[in-house]
Each structure stands twice: as structure tokens, then as C-alpha cells.
Design a protein around this ligand. Structure first.
Ligand SMILES: *[C@@H]1O[C@H](CO)[C@@H](O)[C@H](O)[C@H]1NC(C)=O
Ligand SMILES: *[C@@H]1O[C@H](CO)[C@@H](O)[C@H](O)[C@H]1NC(C)=O
Ligand SMILES: *[C@@H]1O[C@H](CO)[C@@H](O)[C@H](O)[C@H]1NC(C)=O
Ligand SMILES: *[C@@H]1O[C@H](CO)[C@@H](O)[C@H](O)[C@H]1NC(C)=O
Ligand SMILES: *[C@@H]1O[C@H](CO)[C@@H](O)[C@H](O)[C@H]1NC(C)=O
Length: 511
């Protein structure tokens, strides 16, 4: 065999290999799309789907930790000193969540549900007994009543008389249980008989045990997988009415419990939070791993709660110009019956430093106070830690100069349970194997082809040798001996050369 025909032979084989690889890759693409379509079909909120049961009653344990800011220098503060706060907590509750009265609407394109939550105290995960530990903090009911009465010529003096007669001051000392689950406030008891919408009892979590946030209607994702879990209406409305602009009033995204499959790093994910009375968004921060499952960490950027100067899109959240707050705060009064409540991240994380500097004992740290969601990009929520801060605003008065006074913050966290993690692991492996199956076949085919070629080459070498010796034996030709070495050498050369080129191709295609 001549050198020329051998190299033609080699080039031919390489071309054939490349062709096979190319077709394989095309098939692989088709396979991946098929796998993803299958996934999109499985991840829908309908009876019998893979995700429906765990959506209705999520198996991983959710922990709700409450932290309070205890005012330790009340007297000095009233005399003009900088307020000193001490963080007390956590008081941890196991949060049980389930979807109630789940029913399909609009031919299964949407599902209606109530999200019920209840809380059971966990002593071993808490710093103390909530029935005993007492916290000194701002007297929110008193401020709420004053806030309502402000500007009213005859009501305001009446409120101060009532405050004197009931012994309500700017601050109050209450147990953790009372602050969370409610206590009868003497001032509210005074106001309630003449104001039917005022409750005698005040508590930050009053009536929240075993209750729900109202009816949600979600897309099931059956028509479009990108809509999976997206909120259509809340309490029968597709828009909020608390804020000033359409953008601020929009209900965007899911309720935080479901995200569409095949998430992209460049996506902004939206979550509608009834507690904040608005939708917020999160952006990709980094890759993480939770229980061996790869995940993207999404976190709300500073722009979400930025002041309207810093982010003009937030203008709608600023109800009246004189009440506009700086970056990092959201006044949630419009959806709390006008109570002077402000929300921010814990310890004023991501907020203007002037709020932090107004206190001693406030220390925002990203590692502790950041809100984030760790999501497996292919499938589901893996780990989610949510933080919120409930703080308290007061109007400018004789004593206090428009201070945002932190009262409490929440650390609501959930980590995927081991059983679910194992299931996700298995599914991910299937998806990965399934999408790469044709590549594996092509790879194996390539290797087998190679082995065949090497074997063929060896075989030929031997044949040539045999023919040659036969010629030598019969004709004793020295030319024949030269021919033999000629035809052997190209083969020994081309085999490793071909091997190199094939491995290079495979690697390039595989990456
Ligand atoms: C809160 O501070 C007050 C004094 O300002 C103190 O008596 C009380 O024990 C503190 N509460 C806790 C839970 O440490
Ligand atoms: C669920 O439906 C039942 C019966 O229709 C009703 O009594 C109950 O109030 C509903 N639950 C919620 C949370 O609306
Ligand atoms: C909430 O309700 C459940 C049962 O309905 C009860 O076991 C639990 O103790 C309650 N939690 C609080 C904080 O009252
Ligand atoms: C909130 O909970 C998460 C998960 O348990 C924990 O990593 C984080 O440190 C907690 N944050 C605070 C402020 O305690
Ligand atoms: C109080 O408010 C006034 C006017 O808004 C401001 O100029 C002043 O700096 C404030 N004082 C403090 C201590 O924040």
C-alpha cells in the first residue's frame, strides 16, 4: 500500500468520524430538548404531577426565628442620649405551611389556594422563654393612635390625655409572647369602642397562627412552563392598590415557593410578598452547593429598596413627598391600616448609613442579614433563607426627631430535607445522563472504531509481512525487502497520529 493511499484512507476515516460526531451532537441537542420538554411537562401544578404534593405541603422544615431589639437606656435616651439597642433572640418557631382549599380553575390552567401557616415554639432552639423574657421597645399602639390623630385639632390633645390616664408612654415593656401574639393595650381599649376598625389587642403576629394571607390564584405552568407558579391574582385582584404607580402595584412572580424550571443566571426572579405588600426581585449572586446539589444563589440587590433618587422606578412606593424615606426602607403603612410600620432588611442592611448610625448596637453584616434563595437551575428551590425586618417609624416630635426605630426582625429559613435532596439528585442524574446519552454513544462508537482501525492496521502489517517474506522466499529480491519496510512504516506512523486527532476532536466536542 502506498503512502498516498494510506493518507487518503486516514483523512477519510477522520472525516467519517467527524460526520458521526456532528450527527451525534445534533441528535444530542434533540435529546436534550426532549428531556427538557419532559421536565417542563412534569413540573406543573396539577393532581398527580411530581411536584404537586410537595407544593401543597412542603416537606422541609421551615424555621421562623424572631429577634428583638431591647432598649437598654430608656431614661438616658429620653434625656437626649443615643439609643442603645441589644439584639435578643432567636425565639424559634417551627412553621407549618400547607395549601388549603386547593382547586383547579379555568380548565386546569390555574390553581386557587390559601397558604395557611401555623407556628409551634421550639424551646431548644431559642435563647429563653417567651412567656418570661421581657423586651423594652417603642410603644407601637400609642404611636399608631397618635399617627391617626395627628393633624386633627381636637383628637391630638385627647390622645395625650388618654396616654397619661392609661400610663402609656413612648416605650413599653412587654414579654416576647405579648409582643408577638398579642396583648390588650389600654389605649387601644379606650379608642376601640368609637372606632369599629380598631382592635383592642395588639401583637406583631396577632391572629397569624393558623391563618392565611388570602386567596392566591397561580398559573399551573401547563400552558407555558415559564408561568409555573406565577401569581395571577391575590384576594381576587390582579393588581395592588396600595401604591402610586402601576409598576409598584404590579403583582409579579411567584409567592416564593415555586419557580419555573431551567432557570437562567441572567434572569431577574420576582417574588410577591404579602408581608411587604409588594413584589420584589432578586438577581444572581454566585454558584453554591446545597447538600451536593448545585444551585444559583439569588439575592435582592440594593436597588429593590433604593430611594426614588437612587432608583426612579421606586417613586411609586413613596406615597407622600414629606414621608419619603431613604434607601433601604419601605413604608408599609398603606397595607397595615395606616400603622406607622416600616420594613427593611435586618439591622438596616443595604440601607443608608444614617439609619444605622442613629443607634448603638446596630451592625449590618452581609453574612447574617442578607436575604437569599438558593435554587437549582434545572428544577426547584433547594435552600431558602428569608429575612425581614419590621421596624417602626415615628413622626417628628418634641422628643424624637423622625427616627426609624428597629423593633424586631425575622429569620425565616428552610433547607431541603434529605429525602427530597436524594430525589432531586436522582432526577438531575437522569436529566444529565438523558441529555448526554447520544454523546456517550458517539464517544463509545469512536473508541470502538479506533480499536477496529488499530486492529485492521496490525492485521495489514502482518499480512504485508507475510506476503513480503513469501516473495523473499521465492525470489530473494532485495527490492521486496525495501517494499516491506516502506509499507509497514506509514501504518505505524498513521495509527498514533490518527489517535491524536480523534482524541482532540472528541475532547473539543465533549467540552
Ligand atoms: C431588656 O432590657 C431590660 C432593661 O433595659 C432588662 O430588664 C431586660 O431583662 C432585658 N431583656 C432581656 C430579655 O434581656
Ligand atoms: C375552605 O373551604 C371551606 C368549605 O368551603 C370553608 O369553610 C373554609 O373557610 C375555606 N378555607 C379557607 C381558608 O378559605
Ligand atoms: C399555634 O397553633 C397551634 C395549633 O393550632 C398550637 O399548637 C401552637 O401552640 C400555636 N402557637 C402559638 C405560638 O400560639
Ligand atoms: C438565619 O438562619 C440561617 C439558617 O439557619 C443562618 O445561617 C443565619 O445565620 C441566621 N441569621 C441570623 C441573623 O441568625
Ligand atoms: C432633626 O431634624 C432636623 C430637620 O429635619 C435636622 O436638620 C436635624 O439634623 C435632625 N437631628 C438629628 C439628631 O437627627
Amino acid at each position: 500500500m502506498s503512502r498516498r493511499s494510506c493518507s487518503i484512507y486516514t483523512v477519510g476515516i477522520i472525516c467519517a468520524l467527524l460526520l458521526v460526531l456532528g450527527i451525534g451532537l445534533m441528535v444530542a441537542q434533540v435529546f436534550r430538548t426532549m428531556m427538557h420538554n419532559r421536565l417542563k411537562k412534569e413540573i406543573v401544578l396539577v393532581e398527580g404531577s411530581r411536584v404537586f404534593e410537595s407544593w401543597k405541603a412542603p416537606p422541609p422544615p421551615v424555621y421562623m426565628e424572631f429577634f428583638f431589639f431591647n432598649m437598654t437606656n430608656e431614661q438616658e435616651f429620653l434625656n437626649g442620649a443615643k439609643p442603645k439597642l441589644k439584639q435578643i433572640g432567636p425565639y424559634t418557631y417551627r412553621e407549618y405551611r400547607y395549601k388549603d382549599n386547593v382547586s383547579m380553575v379555568r380548565d386546569g390552567a390555574m390553581v386557587s389556594a390559601y397558604n395557611t401557616k401555623s407556628f409551634v415554639f421550639m424551646r431548644e432552639k431559642s435563647v429563653g422563654d417567651p412567656a418570661v423574657d421581657s423586651i423594652t421597645t417603642v410603644n407601637i399602639p400609642a404611636w399608631a393612635v397618635m399617627n391617626k390623630a395627628k393633624g386633627s385639632f381636637w383628637k391630638a390633645p385627647m390622645v395625650s390625655i388618654w396616654m397619661d390616664s392609661t400610663g402609656s408612654g413612648f416605650f413599653t415593656t412587654r414579654t416576647v409572647d405579648e409582643l408577638l401574639w398579642g396583648y390588650e393595650d389600654p389605649l387601644l381599649a379606650r379608642v376601640a369602642p368609637t372606632n369599629p376598625d380598631v382592635e383592642k389587642v395588639f401583637g406583631l403576629m396577632y391572629k397569624k397562627n393558623g391563618s392565611n394571607d388570602g386567596e392566591f390564584v397561580f398559573h399551573t405552568g401547563q400552558q407555558n412552563s415559564l408561568d409555573y407558579g406565577r401569581v395571577v391574582t391575590w384576594k381576587g385582584e390582579s393588581k395592588l392598590t396600595f401604591w402610586k404607580s402601576n409598576q409598584s402595584n404590579a403583582i409579579n412572580g411567584s409567592d416564593g415557593s415555586a419557580f419555573h424550571p431551567l432557570l437562567d443566571k441572567n434572569e431577574r426572579i420576582y417574588v410577591f410578598t404579602p408581608d411587604l405588600c409588594r413584589s420584589i426581585y432578586m438577581e444572581f449572586e454566585k454558584d453554591v452547593e446545597v447538600k451536593g446539589i448545585p444551585a444559583y444563589r439569588f439575592t435582592p440587590p440594593r436597588s429593590v429598596l433604593a430611594s426614588k433618587e437612587e432608583n426612579p422606578a421606586n417613586e411609586g412606593f413613596c406615597i407622600s413627598p414629606e414621608e419619603c424615606l431613604g434607601t433601604g426602607l419601605l413604608k408599609v403603612s398603606p397595607c397595615r391600616k395606616g400603622a406607622p410600620v416600616v420594613a427593611s432588611f435586618p439591622h438596616f442592611y443595604l440601607a443608608d448609613s444614617k439609619y444605622v448610625d442613629a443607634f448603638e448596637g446596630i451592625n449590618p453584616q452581609r453574612t447574617h442579614h442578607q436575604t437569599y434563595l438558593d435554587l437549582n437551575p434545572v428544577m426547584v428551590v433547594t435552600l431558602c433563607a428569608k429575612h425581614q425586618s419590621l421596624t417602626f417609624i415615628n413622626r417628628k416630635t418634641r422628643v424624637l426627631n423622625e427616627t426609624i426605630f428597629p423593633v424586631m426582625f425575622i429569620n425565616e429559613s428552610v433547607v431541603i430535607d434529605d429525602a427530597s435532596a436524594a430525589r432531586v439528585h436522582k432526577l438531575l442524574t437522569i436529566v444529565t445522563l438523558g441529555s448526554n446519552f447520544p454523546l456517550i454513544i458517539v464517544g463509545l462508537g469512536g473508541i470502538m472504531l479506533l480499536i477496529v482501525i488499530i486492529l485492521l492496521a496490525r492485521d495489514r502489517k502482518q499480512k504485508v509481512r507475510q506476503t513480503a517474506s513469501h516473495t523473499v522466499l521465492t525470489a530473494f529480491s532485495s527490492l521486496a525487502a525495501k517494499n516491506m519496510s516502506d509499507s509497514v512504516n506509514p501504518h505505524t506512523l498513521t495509527a498514533p497520529c490518527m489517535f491524536v486527532s480523534v482524541t482532540v476532536c472528541l475532547r473539543a466536542e465533549g467540552s
